[in-house]
Every structure is written in structure tokens, then in C-alpha cells.
Design a protein around this ligand. Structure first.
Ligand code: GLY
Length: 382
């Protein structure tokens, strides 16, 4: 394969995938424009909890996703180290690991099934009694009925990471075009509104060698071959801040079923994020009373101390989901790449997604695990 450098690339989308991809493309020597009306400040990436948990979130039948997620997780420490260096800002990475806990005996049976499944794949998780779990994480309450320790799974402060990615992209020379895209064809991105046309913008069209569509739930509207391939899956999320009277936030990410309903608590320096509901509700991003009530009740079951925290934010995001929960990562047509459909895993999969896009644009070999996400697979598109 002949190497291609110094190509002009337009990345459509300023969430975690678009920013990571634009940054790494610019570092690899390409001329990059990132098209988004408000990069790093909206959409699913801003709402995210920030778990990097391919093992704790593994599911029978999703082995390709587990492989892809694990490969990306292994890239995270180096990715975060470069991100901190290039941006001069904290990368947001936390390495305390995940505890998957249960609220009753049926939930405990579900975790035993998960542990057996992971063991059958050669993945190690440690099973613990509730007493042992509380020794590991004193924030856990007496409502916990045992569970699993997954030491390798990590987490990030999603908003710190987005800010670092925006800064790193800028330092690497990415040019930000603050406009929305209307459509993509080979070599062009048509803009809804280009307030200040610059070189390479003719009228409201950006010309380039390669377009990368990384536009989350908007992706399907941008190219006819992607229509219907990605659907929105709503998730509501809460942000809590510790007060002077609060017990300290958990050190570990805590997640698990409460009477069959999943909840997670992801620590932050000053509190935690609690998430997330999951419904198919079209493009609705209103936060519902029922969603907030269920999240608080379930989180309190695991960490009773949350009642002394301030509830500082409720939000809803739209996960960009595919039929098989793997992203779409590869060529749609010559000159047009897609990097979208990351479902619950945008932050987890950012390093391997960016690496794969750089490889495809530059004509390099890509990681084996990424080949399962080629958009021409069955299950990738409808
Ligand atoms: N990554 C967790 C979620 O989508 O809720």
C-alpha cells in the first residue's frame, strides 16, 4: 500500500469521535478542517458518563464489540498521555476500575452469568461478597448483595477530555469551521451556513480529498448510503456535586442491576455522574420525572450517601446506535469515510477509531479488531 500524506480532510462532527479523529489526522501530517457549529460542547459526548468498560458491559453475542473495546481500552493510557502533552490540559483519564454490584439475589444471579460468560472468553473478573466489596469501596451501602471487581476497566471525565481534545486539535493545526453540514459527496461537504467563507470554502461548500462523517445521530442524514443505518437511543443522566456534609464520592466506578434495571455511578473530582436510562424515543431529549426518579432510587440503593449531594444537572443525550451495536468505521465510497454509530461506547472507542481513520486516509494497515466494524458488513446498515 502506498502511503498518502498531506491530504486535505474534512471531518464532520465535533464530538469525541470527530475531535479525536481530527487531532490524530493533523498530527499525522494531514490538513484538517473540522465542521461543527459548536465543537466539544453538545450532543451525546457532553452528556456521557465516561465509562471505559468493555468487560463490565460485555454481552453474549457481542464478542466483536468486546474485542474492539478491549483493543481501544489498551490504547487509552498512551492516547491520554499524548492528549495531556499536546493540549496542556488534563486528559480526564481515571484508572480506579469498576465494581459491578447486585441489589438482590436475581441481580446476583445475572452477575454470576456475566462472570461465567467472561470466564469462558478467558477474561478474568474477581467475584466478591458484599462485605469484601464494601472494604474495597466504603461508599457502598448495605443494599449491595455481592458482585464483581473488574480492575482493568477505566473511566474518563468526559468534559475534561472534550476540552483537552479541542485544545490538542487546535495546537495540531485543525481549522474549525463553525457551521452545520447539510450533505456529503466525494470531495465536498455542503454547509447549511458558512458565515465567514475562507480559503477552500467556495460559497457554502468545503472541498477536500477525503470527508470523514463523524456526526453521531445526524450521520444518516448526510449521505444516502448511510440513511437508516444509525438510530437515536435516548439516555438520561444526572450530575451530583459533593457538599461539605457529603461522604466522599466512590473511588471506583460502580454499576449493576437494581431489580433488573441498570444504573451506574462514575466518580468525578467533585462528585459523580449517575446514568443512564435507555429508551427508543426518536429525537426526544427532554428529561423526564420518571427517569430522574429511577436513577436516583437505583443509585441510592448502591451508594446511600448520594442523598447528601447537590443535584446540579439533569440532561439527556442520544446514543448513535446501529443494529448490532458495533460502530460504522470505514469507506462508504471513494473519498468518504464514516466513523459513527458508537452507541454506548464513544469515549471507549475514540483511540482505535481515530487510529483506524488515520490508517485508512494514509493508506496504512488498520488494526484487525477494527475490520469487524466495516460499514459494508451485514448489521451495519439496513
Ligand atoms: N456509556 C454509557 C451509556 O451510554 O449510558
Amino acid at each position: 500500500m502506498s502511503r498518502k500524506q498531506d491530504r486535505s480532510v474534512a471531518v464532520v462532527g465535533g464530538g469525541v469521535i470527530g475531535l479525536s479523529t481530527a487531532w490524530r489526522l493533523a498530527v499525522a501530517g494531514h490538513r484538517v478542517r473540522l465542521i461543527d457549529p459548536a465543537p466539544a460542547s453538545g450532543g451525546a459526548s457532553r452528556a456521557a458518563g465516561g465509562m471505559l468498560a468493555p468487560v463490565a458491559e460485555a454481552w453474549p453475542g457481542e464478542e466483536s464489540l468486546l474485542e474492539l473495546g478491549t483493543a481501544s481500552l489498551h490504547r487509552w493510557p498512551e492516547f491520554a498521555e499524548r492528549l495531556g502533552r499536546d493540549s496542556g490540559k488534563p486528559s480526564g483519564l481515571r484508572d480506579e476500575g469498576t465494581l459491578v454490584v447486585a441489589a438482590d439475589s436475581a441481580d446476583r444471579a445475572e452477575l454470576d452469568t456475566l462472570a461465567d460468560y467472561l470466564a469462558s472468553l478467558g477474561r478474568t473478573v474477581n467475584r466478591h461478597s458484599s462485605r469484601r466489596l464494601r472494604r474495597l469501596e466504603p461508599a457502598l451501602g448495605p443494599g449491595v448483595r455481592g458482585g464483581l471487581e473488574v480492575p482493568g476497566d477505566l473511566a474518563v471525565d468526559n468534559r475534561a477530555t472534550l476540552e483537552a481534545l479541542r485544545a490538542a486539535a487546535e495546537v495540531a493545526g485543525v481549522e474549525f469551521v463553525r457551521a452545520a453540514a447539510r450533505g456529503v459527496r466525494s470531495g465536498t461537504v455542503e454547509l447549511v451556513d458558512a458565515a465567514d467563507p475562507e480559503p477552500g470554502l467556495s460559497g457554502s461548500v468545503v472541498h477536500c480529498d477525503v470527508v470523514v462523517i463523524a456526526a453521531g445521530v445526524q450521520t444518516g442524514a448526510l449521505h444516502p448510503a448511510l440513511r437508516g443505518a444509525i438510530r437515536p437511543v435516548k439516555g438520561e443522566i444526572l450530575r451530583l456535586r459533593a457538599r461539605s456534609t457529603s461522604v466522599p464520592p466512590p473511588r471506583w466506578t460502580v454499576r449493576g442491576p437494581v431489580h433488573g434495571r441498570q444504573v451506574y455511578l462514575v466518580p468525578r473530582e467533585d462528585g459523580m455522574v449517575i446514568g443512564a436510562t435507555q429508551y427508543e424515543a426518536g429525537y426526544d431529549t427532554e428529561v423526564t420525572v420518571g427517569g430522574v426518579r429511577n436513577l436516583l432510587a437505583d443509585a441510592e440503593r448502591f451508594v446511600p450517601g448520594i442523598t447528601e449531594y447537590a443535584l446540579v444537572e439533569t440532561a439527556a443525550g442520544l446514543r448513535p446506535s446501529t443494529e448490532d451495536n458495533l460502530p460504522l468505521l470505514g469507506w462508504v465510497e471513494p473519498g468518504v469515510l464514516v466513523a459513527a454509530g458508537h452507541h454506548r461506547n464513544g469515549f471507549l472507542l475514540a483511540p482505535i477509531t481515530a487510529e483506524t481513520v488515520v490508517g485508512l486516509v494514509s493508506g496504512d494497515e488498520v488494526a484487525t479488531e477494527a475490520k469487524a466494524a466495516d460499514p459494508s458488513r451485514s448489521g451495519g446498515q439496513q
